[in-house]
Design a binder for this molecule. Structure first.
Ligand SMILES: Cc1cc2nc3c(=O)[nH]c(=O)nc-3n(C[C@H](O)[C@H](O)[C@H](O)COP(=O)(O)OP(=O)(O)OC[C@H]3O[C@@H](n4cnc5c(N)ncnc54)[C@H](O)[C@@H]3O)c2cc1C
Length: 376
């Protein structure tokens, strides 16, 4: 039922021509985002006690997949609202943060941006240099973040800072809700190949003061940022990226399939040539494997079963496979897969980052081996 409702919403509110324009203009369609909230889709991440419909990962994955198949300018901000804000606050927010912010996620699609990466901090997240200094009832933040996606459309940056000596790597990190308009923050846009619409930014903090109750989890959350970051929320995040990749690959396969039946060479549709037929058969088969893995893992999370290994496997397999699928679909379309007149060109730009975001494929392989205790 959700799929059906959403497909009709997408045709009505996100026509293909609009999706192309948002990509070309690097534009975030706020009005569509608000309508997703009105439709009750942010509520899928929020407990009923805070105005939501109760956490439903399979439903969230479905929404991410379908939106990603049409436009990353809508899918990215949906994740930033339902998952970055909704799921995280429900899991690790203080009671006050839940009461004030979760209803805003449900009703208006409140957006968080992730301020984790830094110029010298990529995979090694626990190495963050951005600092938070307690000063009376305030936390004063200094340093810089990089690749802060959606920082200019968000209301808060979910910022990881170091609140003690650097030697104690994991024990003095804190997550802080920094309102994006706070004095002392400057933003510099970074130009990326794809994921247009949300934009990604270098964010610099110079003596940025926020009340201590903005520490995620409240004052008690001080120095507890690491367990909050690598808890069950991280498992769900890996699946969010897999769902985006699945959506983009689905759109690419549909486009290549249609194109192959329409394009004629040597007096026949190219779909009659065995090499093209085999590429499409392989793409469909791999896509099916991606779909099974993504939804199987979502259901495991919904049953509250431990899923750290399976989510790492899903992130690794689906993102790498979806990239290969999209690139083979581009081959099916020949030169037309490389020009802006066709959506394939956008799908190629969007898919390439999926094996990098949210923990690269190499990091997932490391995780799988260490979680399964492979001897070093
Ligand atoms: C479009 C875009 C949007 C992004 N949005 C956000 C965001 O909103 N918020 C945010 O905080 N970050 C964001 N990021 C950053 C993203 O999460 C990082 O790019 C990612 O964590 C990898 O870090 P890095 O690129 O610095 O790679 P590095 O950590 O420098 O790694 C470089 C290479 O070395 C490999 N490598 C590193 N360490 C190991 C190891 N131990 N074992 C094996 N291989 C290793 C990696 O796999 C990779 O191939 C975004 C990035 C992009 C491109």
């Amino acid at each position: 039922m959700l799929r059906d409702t959403l497909e009709r919403f997408i045709e009505r509110e996100m026509p293909l021509e609009a999706a192309r324009q948002w990509d070309r203009d690097n534009h975030f369609p706020l009005e569509v985002h608000r309508k997703l909230a009105e439709l009750g889709l942010m509520a899928l991440a929020v407990p009923e006690a805070y105005g939501g419909a109760g956490r439903d990962i399979e439903a969230i994955v479905t929404v991410i997949e379908l939106l990603s198949a049409r436009s990353m300018a809508v899918a990215g901000p949906y994740i930033q609202s339902a998952c970055y804000a909704g799921l995280n606050l429900a899991e690790v927010g203080s009671e006050q943060q839940k009461q004030t912010l979760l209803p805003r996620v449900v009703e208006e699609g409140l957006i968080f941006a992730y301020g984790i990466s830094e110029p010298d901090v990529g995979a090694d997240v626990a190495a963050v240099r951005c600092t938070g200094r307690v000063d009376g009832e305030m936390l004063v933040i200094n340093g810089s973040k990089r690749f802060c996606s959606g920082a200019r459309i968000a209301q808060y940056i979910y910022t990881l800072v170091r609140t003690g000596p650097r030697e104690e790597r994991h024990r003095n990190l804190s997550l802080v809700l920094v309102p994006t308009e706070t004095a002392g923050i400057t933003y510099t846009a970074q130009d990326t190949l794809g994921l247009k619409g949300t934009g990604t930014y270098d964010v610099s903090f110079a003596e940025v003061a926020v009340p201590l109750d903005h520490v995620v989890g409240g004052k008690d959350g001080l120095n507890r940022g690491w367990p909050m970051l690598v808890g069950p929320g991280l498992d769900i995040e890996k699946l969010e990226v897999a769902a985006m990749a699945l959506g983009i690959a689905t759109a690419a396969v549909d486009e290549a399939w249609r194109y192959a039946e329409e394009r004629e060479q040597f007096g026949k549709p190219i779909s009659s040539f065995q090499s093209v037929r085999h590429m499409l058969a392989e793409a469909k088969t791999r896509l099916y494997a991606c779909r099974c893995l993504t939804y199987q893992t979502a259901r495991q999370l919904d049953r509250d079963e431990p899923a750290a290994v399976e989510t790492a496997m899903a992130k690794l397999f689906v993102c790498d496979t979806a990239r290969d699928i999209v690139l083979s679909c581009q081959q099916v379309m020949g030169a037309y897969g490389y020009v802006r007149d066709f959506d394939m060109e956008r799908h190629v730009r969007d898919i390439l980052v999926m094996p990098i975001l949210g923990g690269s494929s190499a990091i997932q392989k490391n995780n799988i081996c260490s979680l399964l205790k492979l001897r070093k």
